[in-house]
Design a protein around this ligand. Structure first.
Ligand code: NAP
Length: 275
């Protein structure tokens, strides 16, 4: 273990905040990479990249909002050049399963010359508790397109555990961990688990991709809706409808179940109506 800090990009986000907490619990020095961090990091401002990389040994990289946004892969490539020049010894990239542009981003990191680990993740369970589906859940609904297509939804605490293992243990360089939860679930089945856990009805509402687009556009605008709808169409077409062994390969244990996620999230109060 080195004394140089580990950079966490997206340190205030869903996975990054967990990676920060878990690294610090192990006594590892962390440099937070976010726009209002002590040393600010902004994907839109390349002048911030070299200062945040100065003196760090390793980095966890999440791209916001998604590698499918125009210019994202180019920015990731430019960032890895700066990181290679600054002597970064290991990069761990968060990628998404079945997403074309995430795969292109993975190639950028593979070709960067920096030792790497790729964590290619399934759909996050925390989308329900900390993401864009929290508000509908508070209203008692789970509106999703894709029909009965099952998804091996993952608890992002498992993603953070894999990332921390990759950053702090030997044996993970060059690996691509495709990480999923332990079972395939339809959104209707997820709604049943949430109903039981919350103790009030959470109704699965099957919607079309056009309705999904309209919902996203209402809050995020047409452009953002176009990209997220295209990702939803891509990832809910059946290509991701199988579980993988990435968590077990990286950690030597099974991933957490969605029911366990729901209990843990419930205990934080995120779904209390007054929140
Ligand atoms: N949701 C899913 O189901 C899913 C599944 C697979 C993969 N993914 C991937 O997960 C990634 C997102 O990771 P996450 O969910 O852990 O993060 P997140 O919760 O979306 O948080 C975003 C983070 O990025 C930071 N950020 C926002 N704008 C930024 C900018 N211009 N420059 C630098 N930092 C910025 C935010 O910090 P500040 O606002 O404080 O600056 C925050 O720390 C995406 O690439 C997505 O494709 C998501």
């Amino acid at each position: 273990m080195t004394d140089h800090p580990i950079l966490v990009i997206g340190a205030t986000g869903k996975t990054g905040s967990r990676v920060v907490t878990k690294l610090e619990a192990k006594g590892v020095a962390v440099r937070r990479g976010a726009r209002r961090s002590e040393t600010p990091f902004d994907w839109e401002d390349p002048a911030t990249w070299a200062p945040v990389l100065k003196g760090v040994s390793k980095a966890y990289v999440t791209y916001f909002p998604d590698l499918a946004f125009p210019g994202a892969v180019e920015k990731l490539e430019a960032f890895t050049k700066v990181a290679a020049d600054s002597g970064l010894e290991h990069v761990v990239l968060l990628s998404g399963r079945g997403e074309h542009f995430a795969t292109v981003g993975e190639e950028v990191v593979r070709n960067s010359g920096i030792p790497f680990t790729i964590v290619r993740a399934a759909w996050f369970a925390q989308n329900f508790s900390e993401g864009y589906l929290r508000d509908p859940i508070l209203g008692g609904a789970l509106p999703m397109p894709g029909g009965d297509m099952p998804e091996p939804i993952i608890d992002i605490d498992d993603i953070a555990d894999v990332v921390v293992a990759a950053l702090t243990e030997d044996g993970h360089q060059g690996e691509r961990y495709e990480v999923t939860g332990p079972r395939l679930m339809t959104f209707a089945e997820m709604a049943e688990v949430l109903t039981e856990t919350l103790g009030r009805p959470i109704q699965y509402v099957p919607i079309s991709f056009d309705d999904f687009h309209a919902n996203v556009a209402a809050s995020g605008g047409e452009f953002v809706a176009d990209i997220f709808t295209s990702i939803a169409r891509e990832t809910l077409d059946g290509r991701n409808a199988h579980v993988t062994d990435g968590v077990e390969r990286a950690l030597g244990r099974k991933p957490r179940d969605f029911a366990e996620f729901a209990k843990t999230a419930m205990a934080t109060g995120t779904w209390s109506v007054a929140a």
